[in-house]
Design a protein. Sequence first.
Length: 249
Amino acid sequence: MIVKGTQRARDAVDARAPNYIQAKVAQFVRDHRLEKARVLDVGSGTGYLQDVVQDYTGIDISRSAARYYHKRFVAGTATAMPFSDHEFDAAWSIWVLEHIPNPEAALLEIRRVVKPGGLLYMLPAWDCTPFAALGHEVRPYEDFGFRDRLVKASIPVRTLPEFWFITAVPSRLIRSMAAVWGPTQLHYTRLTPNYQEYWQADSDAVNSLDRAEMMMWFETRGDTCLNCEQGWDRFLQTEGPLIIRRGPK
């Protein structure tokens, strides 16, 4: 079941998303001269990015998506991809990792199939909220019982920048100290997805990913973030892609 009204809103967002993402990814390709590189699109959906580069491969869990492709398409899961080690020069994944129950397994696979020195463009939906599944932000109070009304009432406070700062930044700093000791395990928050009603963006997300956490995950494996701030500011970034150059190991 898709709720009336919310489906129209979702369609409006989806109609804009391909053009927006195509422009961003095309800029990434131009900036790094990847037009002729061998590129993998992880969670490629309908393949709307397949013409951004010449040598394109899309992988998606939905076999029925194959009808949208005029370039190479492989049906498969991001956590066990049927490709050789170091097969690709670059890879990207757009709004996918938040829907994978084990996102760290997907990151390990992405690193495995991209050659040393290759580039990654990672853009999941960062910081998906636990109240998106039931649409607490967009539904009226009368839709909820007492407990969920309290959740809805707390949202204006929980979405304040100050609230994010006092809850997220200390955790990021502590995790950065742990990163000194070597490769970190990816920390993320598990969510309960709603596959019946799409109330708002990311109602169907299964996890919430932190941008700084993923940045540290890559860096502790010898990779380099090409678009991350330095010093204190690196712990304040919350939006935008991670552009990663894969390390030698």
